[in-house]
Design a binder for this molecule. Structure first.
Ligand SMILES: Cc1ncc(COP(=O)(O)O)c(C=O)c1O
Length: 389
């Protein structure tokens, strides 16, 4: 059976997606519920990654582990090949995740009360992390037309006037948008004009569907690259979230030093024994798997548009340009979000994410994760139709 067709039993594997639904959705029994929510995939990681991890376990001692130059070379080579972006090995720093990296950056380069701009609907930690650190969050809502999101530059500039940081989701989760060169040039122009630093979260950048191309913001930025902190990771790309590994690309050596000092002061920046093994194998030997995955994702998205779109025409579905997340516009269903969630969980027995989680402008939308075998997705779509059709 094809790697992307086999259905694995994931319950009782300490999976947040499968084993924590009672807590997350506040329901008594989730044993019948199909989870199509949090962003990990129901596909096995690339075989060369699993082989490398097995080989590592042939040695039974799991002591302190460092990240060697082989990892850095693999990352730089990957960026050069996939995105034509030349990253110097010395510019690469490591963290256990993009969110911990983001938290560290904000801690080092902002003070309580400083303002951070985000563009909802957007991945919730973009606003919860700065909020939890006592920073002020400025929301510049994106405009949505027929499923496509664009920035409101006038509003963005207004917010940039008093902001220290902008957190950019590139590609965009949950909108699935791959940002274009002219849009990013405008962001860079405004950031330079108002001296705003940028976290460019590019964790989804390998998951760009054919016909689209990811352009790293720092690659485009030229002499403005010094104001950008790029976050990337092998974890979304190769379904390794539990491995906990991410990279930060920081071109400005002074900023790197400040982050290194922060890591030393907080005892962070180390990786577990498995992360560098998985990371290197993924970047060196995972490309064929990824290219196949992208085909499967694209075809799964087409299926959802065809089947769900035809069965419930009032749900508007645009095909994402990237990610494996679909953003279903349910505003014409005429139902409150709480009612929609109740119907999905109780009538359909399927768990999607409520759009309001992504900020107020997400209300009326649902986020659907399509990274699963087709048979599971078909089951999921039937459940959605049963609940909302
Ligand atoms: C835009 C974005 N950034 C970061 C993360 C999480 O990153 P990590 O697990 O490396 O902290 C996600 C996970 O869904 C995401 O969508």
């Amino acid at each position: 059976m094809n790697l992307f067709e086999e259905v694995y039993e994931r319950r009782k594997t300490r999976s947040i997606k499968w084993d924590l639904m009672e807590m997350i959705y506040e329901i008594e029994d989730a044993s019948e519920i199909l989870p199509l929510w949090v962003a990990d995939m129901d596909f096995p990681a690339p075989p060369p990654v699993i082989d490398a991890l097995k080989k590592r376990l042939e040695h039974p001692i799991l002591g302190y582990t460092y990240i060697d130059d082989g990892c850095k070379r693999a990352i730089a080579h990957w960026q050069s090949k996939r995105n034509d972006w030349q990253v110097e090995e010395e510019e690469i720093m490591f963290q256990s995740g993009v969110i911990p990296a983001m938290a560290a950056i904000l801690q080092v380069f902002t003070n309580p009360g400083d303002s951070v701009v985000v563009t909802p609907p957007v991945y919730p930690p973009f606003f919860s992390i700065p909020q939890n650190q006592g920073r002020k969050v400025l929301y510049s809502e994106m405009k949505e037309t027929n499923g496509e999101y664009t920035l409101d530059y006038e509003d963005l500039e207004e917010k940039f006037k008093t902001a220290t940081f902008f957190i950019f989701c590139h590609p965009h989760n949950p909108g699935g948008k791959v940002w274009k060169e002219d849009e990013m040039n405008e962001i860079l122009r405004l950031a330079e004009k108002h001296d705003v630093l940028i976290i460019s979260d590019e964790i989804h950048s390998d998951l760009v569907l054919k016909a689209h191309q990811h352009i790293p913001l720092a690659k485009l930025a030229g002499d403005q690259a010094h104001r950008i902190f790029t976050c990337i990771a092998p974890t979304k790309t190769f379904n390794l979230a539990g491995i906990q590994a991410s990279m930060l690309i920081v071109t400005d050596p002074k900023k790197r030093l400040r982050l290194e000092n922060h890591a030393a002061a907080n005892g962070t920046g180390m990786m577990n024994a498995f992360a560098p093994v998985a990371l290197q194998a993924a970047y060196e030997e995972g490309e064929a798997w990824l290219d196949e995955l992208l085909e499967v994702l694209s075809s799964n998205m087409d299926y959802v548009i065809e089947k769900l779109g035809a069965s419930i025409p009032s749900i508007k579905i645009a095909k994402p340009e990237a990610t494996y997340l679909m953003w279903l516009d349910c505003r014409d269903l005429g139902l409150e979000e709480s009612e929609i969630m109740k119907k999905l969980l109780h009538d359909g027995k399927v768990a999607l994410e409520p759009g309001s989680k992504y900020g107020e402008p997400g209300t009326g939308f649902l986020r659907l994760n399509v990274a699963c075998p087709r048979s599971m997705l078909e089951d999921g779509v039937e459940r959605i139709i049963k609940a909302l059709g």
